[in-house]
Design a protein around this ligand. Structure first.
Ligand code: UTP
Length: 303
């Protein structure tokens, strides 16, 4: 029987340079997507996929991340005194949502290193990794879709997304074969292939991994950009046995860069129960094509 999956790691210790200057002081995980910080979507996804031990990897200056999920006695008292019960309920819901374990990555040495920092907190059990700035809008949480494959196979599972041939050079791409339905048997991976991509399936920020990955990360040399890359350790893991990808159902946004963030904002706002109607009307008003007035020459020709 496979060990129960209940731990999820959220690496939040990067610099967020693609979103400068907004993220110079504010962690990108705390940028609001409509009315919740980006990280909260990932936390809700993990919770709704049955994870109850959540490990946040932070770095200096990112304490607001933990504060957001903490009790705020003074604020709660003030809301209670002013009879703002609906707001109180919302604030209360967030602080009761989860208990977080926080670990510090002292130096931003890459995603692989961030995951390794969580080793003691994870222990000798399988665990999930969610990159919070990969926000996924889906009927069924992406991690839950992947969890099923993990429970069927007991093997590592990574989320995959089909991209166009032109886009393959921007992602880690898997080699292997699409088995039944959405399950992909991975035989190798290539980081940002300039040519001859082995498939059109890109690796995005959701992973279910066994604890055996930790020694492999430890053995990983610094790679691209001087960072310890998670992909390098995953390539070693592929050599150790069956390794799966899952072409998840849903839409993924890269909310860690400006355009992806804007797209996510629009799509989430269009689904927000209180905002959707008016926001849609607003978008339609700004997107309406300008009134057509026939150019003068045409008018002349027609007369
Ligand atoms: P990214 O490359 O997307 O994040 O890393 P970044 O480095 O913060 O962003 P840019 O490229 O400078 O804009 C993927 C994930 O890994 C985490 C990031 O926080 C993000 O969730 N990460 C990255 C760490 O936790 N530690 C690191 O040393 C590097």
């Amino acid at each position: 029987m496979t060990d129960t999956l209940r731990t999820c790691v959220f690496p939040c210790a990067g610099f967020g340079t693609r979103f400068f200057p907004a993220t110079k002081v504010i962690p990108k995980e705390m940028l609001p997507l409509v009315d919740k910080p980006i990280l909260q979507y990932g936390i809700e996804e993990a919770r709704d996929s049955g994870m109850n031990k959540l490990v946040i990897v932070t770095s200096k200056g990112k304490d607001t991340i933990l504060d957001h999920f903490d009790r705020t006695a003074e604020l709660e008292r003030s809301l209670r005194e002013r009879n703002k019960h609906d707001l109180l309920a919302e604030v209360d819901l967030v602080s009761r949502m989860v208990d977080l374990i926080s670990v510090r990555q002292k130096e931003a040495l890459g995603l692989g290193h961030a995951v390794l920092t969580a080793r003691d907190a994870v222990g000798n059990h399988p665990f999930a990794v969610v990159l919070p700035d990969d926000v996924i809008l889906a009927e069924e949480p992406c991690l839950l879709q992947m969890r099923r494959v993990f429970e069927e196979t007991g093997r590592p599972v990574i989320a995959l997304m089909e991209v166009s041939a032109e886009e393959t050079s921007r992602y880690g791409i898997v080699a292997g074969e699409l088995e039944s339905g959405r399950r992909f048997k991975v035989t190798d991976m290539v980081e940002k292939p300039k040519a001859n991509a082995p498939s059109r399936y890109a690796i995005i920020g959701r992973y279910i991994l066994p604890p055996e990955v930790f020694p492999l990360i430890e053995q990983t040399e610094r790679g691209a950009g001087g960072e310890i890359q998670l992909t390098d350790a995953l390539r070693a893991l592929v050599q150790q046995g069956d390794f799966y990808g899952y072409v998840f159902e849903g839409t993924r946004y890269d909310a860690g860069e400006k355009l992806g963030y804007l797209k996510a904002t629009v799509d989430y706002a269009l689904r927000h129960p209180q905002l959707a109607r008016e926001f849609r009307a607003y978008l339609e008003s700004v997107a309406a094509p300008p009134a057509v007035t026939a150019p003068e020459s045409e008018t002349v020709a027609a007369s």
